[in-house]
Design a protein around this ligand. Structure first.
Ligand code: ADP
Ligand code: MG
Ligand code: ZN
Length: 476
């Protein structure tokens, strides 16, 4: 019997506005608890919310980027529930008529591109945070987060594996960062995912789903979905049935446990928010937002391929973030003769070393102009690519320019025929047997001589010239 896993994702994205959704409090992360609050976001009775138009614009921009319909009239509703981090006793959300509907995202899969439907994006406000750790058994509430604007992005149940779910999330994560609508830092809770998972035998209608909460890294999301799908399959094969519930994934134990039975929409007693009028936008407003759309990851990738002749792989690597793409373009501007060399050195050398140190391109100790300076010296034959790697190590250690290091360490490539001929003669003298064998017809030994001369020069001999002079002296 072949099982199929079905996944639909609900992603909460904090919108990176300066102030909260319905009041003027700062959204800055990391402040002292409860210092960024006011009567509105503390839920004091009688306080009126005023909608942050920047949050609306950023939600519309996201909607346009996923090719969705923008509803020119949408509504706010109250979602009622009790929890200590929700002082009003309700969350302002959009239920009946969301701002954005019917979009999609194309994701890469092993079988090629796949289109994942996005049902809706609605606006809502974040809740506060309960703090339990290190407080001797008491819990504290921090309401700095209360009222930060969120987009909830709800997908269709279109994904069929944990890998597809992760591919979708990565694509969405990259998109909101390119659009600059969210910092999307998962460790700060700016990009949070709930996964709905069900299983069915191929061809059957959708099975009953469980909703997994608390998935705060791509790795845990994959683990949690795989664990949950296997749990459901075993349960059904043992004659049981899946119940609709909310489950919490425990990344330490690598398993999920039931948190509560799944609430239905009617449990929230949704009703229209009386303190906010319907949200009305004009088509001109939406068009203006569309006109300001930045270059999207897919467009950037294609441009890197066509404009700079990069392979699809390199184009993908270098378009992961706007910062990285910008760095690459600055590098090409400073070393315009060879965009592919720029791509190789950035993607393979610089990024590789930064990654080892756990750093991003934003923390690079050398600038794009400095790396270009190193590439110039490879191009004009001053140093070989091999020596350049050592120079880069030194540059990254102390921030000096390539030229200063090449000069100080005397690394200039030897391109002087006389000096190279002298080294070749020394190698011949040291290896008379090989010389004899070569002259007797073992032409394979040519490589051996190249290696010996390079070694004698400590890697500084110009390899092309070594080849040329060796040929002349051996065969001449
Ligand atoms: P709720 O608001 O109660 O969470 P929704 O109908 O809005 O319910 O669905 C939430 C998410 O669950 C959506 O992403 C949807 O694609 C997904 N989903 C719905 N049914 C299933 C199912 N049978 N298996 C997996 N995911 C599902
Ligand atoms: Mg839900
Ligand atoms: Zn406030």
């Amino acid at each position: 019997m072949s099982w199929e896993v079905v996944i639909g994702l609900e992603v909460h994205v904090q919108i990176n506005t300066k102030t909260k959704a319905f009041c003027g409090c700062s959204t800055e992360f990391g402040a002292e608890p409860n210092t960024q609050t006011c009567p509105v976001c503390l839920g004091m009775p009688g306080q009126l919310p005023v909608l942050n138009s920047e949050a609306v614009n950023k939600t519309v921009l996201t909607g346009l980027a996923i090719n969705a319909q923008i509803n020119l009239e949408s509504k706010f509703d109250r979602k009622n529930y009790f929890y200590p981090d929700l002082p009003k006793g309700y969350q302002i959300s959009q239920f009946a008529v969301p701002l954005v509907e019917h979009g999609y995202l194309d994701i890469p899969t092993a079988e090629g591109e796949k289109r994942i439907g996005i049902t809706r994006i609605h606006m809502e406000e974040d809740a506060g945070k309960s703090l339990h750790e290190g407080l001797d058994g008491v819990s504290h509430i921090d309401l700095n987060r209360s009222g930060i604007p969120l987009m909830e992005i709800v997908s269709e149940p279109d994904m069929r594996s944990a890998d597809e779910a992760v591919a979708y999330l990565k694509q969405l994560h990259q998109l909101v960062r390119f659009l600059d609508v969210s910092g999307a830092d998962m460790e700060k809770g700016q990009f949070r995912c709930d996964a709905n998972v069900s299983v069915r035998r191929r061809g059957e209608p959708l099975g009953t789903r469980a909703e997994l909460k608390n998935l705060n890294s791509f790795r845990f999301i994959k683990q949690a979905i795989e664990y949950e799908a296997n749990r459901q399959i075993e349960l059904i094969e043992d004659g049981g049935t899946v119940v609709q519930e909310t489950r919490l994934y425990d990344s330490v134990r690598g398993e999920s446990r039931s948190m509560r039975s799944k609430e239905e929409a009617h449990d929230y007693r949704y009703f229209p928010e009386p303190d906010l009028p319907p949200l009305r936008l004009s088509q001109q407003q939406v068009d203006a937002i569309r006109d300001g759309m930045p270059e999207l990851p897919g467009q950037l990738r294609q441009r890197f391929e066509s404009e700079y002749g990069l392979s699809p792989y390199d184009a993908d690597v270098l378009s992961q973030t706007r910062e990285l793409a910008g760095w690459y373009e600055a590098l090409v501007a400073a070393h315009p003769s060879d965009p592919k060399r720029c791509a190789n050195w950035l993607a393979n050398e610089l990024l590789g070393r930064l990654k080892e140190a756990g750093r991003d391109i934003e923390d690079s100790p050398i600038s794009a102009r400095q790396l270009a300076g190193l590439l110039d010296r490879i191009e004009d034959g001053t140093i070989s690519g091999k020596i350049a790697k050592d120079v880069l190590t030194d540059m990254m250690a102390d921030g000096r320019d390539a030229d200063a290091i090449i000069e100080a360490k005397g690394l200039k490539q030897v391109s002087d025929t006389g000096a190279i001929d002298a080294m070749i003669r020394e190698v011949f003298e040291a290896n008379p047997q090989q010389l004899e064998q070569y002259r007797a017809g073992r032409e394979k030994l040519f490589g051996f001589f190249v290696g010996q001369v390079m070694k004698a020069s400590k890697g500084q001999a110009n390899p092309a010239l070594v080849n040329q002079r060796l040929k002349a002296l051996l065969d001449g």
